[in-house]
Design a protein around this ligand. Structure first.
Ligand SMILES: [Zn+2]
Length: 248
């Protein structure tokens, strides 16, 4: 018996439902739209959950909060059409603002118990030099919510969801924005879709900013594929839920 047989690294393409938890409207797609598009085409149901309202990144300062939210959602729906996202959910915490970690975790527990995903995507909260608190809190709360989903004494933000929840097993987490990947997804076949999805986020990038982002993603996708047999990749740290505690 090996540790891999006890805590197998989940096979992404075996997942029927995936919940992708992101700090801001565009993070899932910037980090992982290549592999997520392939998963959706493979028949996986994709659900996106966005932690914050993302308003701080809106470049047109003349927009009211309501107009800005509408514009952000339009961008997100356009990208979702390309990637094949089934449903979007939002927690609406203040972007780059003050909010409680445990509230965030309670909301993530709610959506995990409600949607019963086989896999959860989230940012790697342990990325060295990650300075954006929304990313650290979202990644940490998502990982903890995966670990605690079956422990219904730990309440979610919705008592009705908790009372009707029947425990299900989560295969694992796939952490994106990571510098310690154990899996490089071959995104060669969906690179065009990824860039097209990212280019939908016009509300938060001016044309120059978008070109810089596209260029950086282009370079990065090739850099992470060095040594692989394919030219473009997305790095992920894919972990069994039990690997999220005590370093086992
Ligand atoms: Zn972000």
């Amino acid at each position: 018996m090996t540790i891999d047989s006890i805590l197998p690294i989940p096979e992404l393409f075996s997942a029927k439902r995936i919940l992708c938890i992101q700090p801001h409207y565009d993070d899932n797609d910037i980090a992982a739209a290549g592999i997520l598009t392939q998963l959706a085409r493979n028949g996986t149901e994709l659900f996106y959950l966005t932690a914050t309202n993302d308003l701080m990144g809106v470049i047109d300062t003349s927009l009211s909060e309501e107009q800005a939210t509408q514009a952000l959602k339009q961008d997100q729906y356009a990208a979702a059409k390309i990637v094949g996202v089934k449903e979007q959910y939002w927690c609406d915490y203040p972007d780059a603002g003050e909010y409680n970690y445990f509230d965030l975790r309670r909301d993530f527990l709610k959506y995990i118990r409600m949607l019963k995903p086989d896999l959860v995507f989230a940012p790697d909260a342990w990325l060295a030099y990650e300075a954006h608190r929304d990313h650290i809190q979202t990644g940490r709360a998502a990982a903890e919510a995966v670990m605690f989903a079956g422990l219904t004494r730990i309440a979610s933000s919705d008592p009705d969801v908790d009372s009707t929840y029947e425990p299900h097993s989560i295969l694992g987490v796939a952490l994106y924005y990571t510098r310690e990947p154990n899996y490089i997804a071959d995104i060669t076949s969906t690179w065009e879709e990824k860039i097209a999805a990212v280019r939908c986020y016009k509300t938060q990038f001016d044309p120059d900013g978008m070109e810089q982002l596209a260029f950086a993603l282009d370079m990065k996708s090739q850099q992470v594929a060095q040594g692989q047999i394919f030219p473009r990749g997305e790095p992920l740290k894919v972990l069994h839920p039990s690997a999220l505690h005590c370093g086992i």
